[in-house]
Design a protein. Structure first.
Length: 187
């Protein structure tokens, strides 16, 4: 959501939150401490262990305000436009294996891919040297990777701040990576 790392919101039903035990201890969350027992402050303090992340809260608030100003519909429109352009351009690269849903309407702005015959970590390193940032790995989706019979992929995550020019830089960097590895790829 464009906010700093380390900030989030815990949302839950009051009855369930009252029954839950905190997993972090400290600060304003404690009501009373005895030798063998501790009682916790009422909600929401029960889950506030230690000093609050004030700068994170302010940053999250600013991010929410900004997103509301841009507008969810506008964000979705921009993301969809850039994502569609990226998919069109990436499909032109015959050395690339794309992992996309067959139903384009259900596809989000995350695009997973591999250069055929090249490890995704190597591809990500080359892209990084070209100032193009992607993630590589199994993306916490090991069952899906096993189903696809692969170990990992590269993943480009687009958002409404990305442009078609960013996509063009990705394509250019992928071409450079392929040119570097093509003589080593066994078909």
């Amino acid at each position: 959501m464009l906010a700093p790392l380390g900030i989030g919101v815990l949302y839950g039903k009051k009855e369930i939150l009252n029954e839950m035990s905190p997993f972090l201890m400290g600060g304003d969350m404690i009501e009373y401490v005895h030798e063998q027992e501790t009682t916790f402050a009422p909600l929401p303090n029960k889950f506030e262990a230690g000093t609050q992340n004030v700068e994170g809260v302010i940053g999250l608030g600013a991010a929410i305000d900004y997103i509301e100003k841009v507008g969810y519909d506008n964000i979705q429109k921009i993301e969809q436009e850039v994502t569609n352009y990226a998919i069109e351009e990436l499909k032109k690269l015959d050395f690339l294996e794309l992992y996309l849903t067959p139903n384009q309407e259900n596809h989000c702005s995350v695009i997973s891919f591999n250069i055929k015959g090249v490890h995704p970590h190597d591809v990500a390193s080359i892209l990084d040297s070209q100032n193009v940032c992607v993630r590589s790995g199994n993306h916490c989706a090991q069952p899906l990777m096993r189903f696809l019979r692969i170990d990992s992929t590269c993943r480009a995550s687009l958002y409404f701040y990305n442009t078609k020019e960013d996509v063009d830089r990705l394509v250019q960097a992928l071409n450079k990576a392929y040119d570097m590895f093509k003589k080593y790829i066994t078909k």
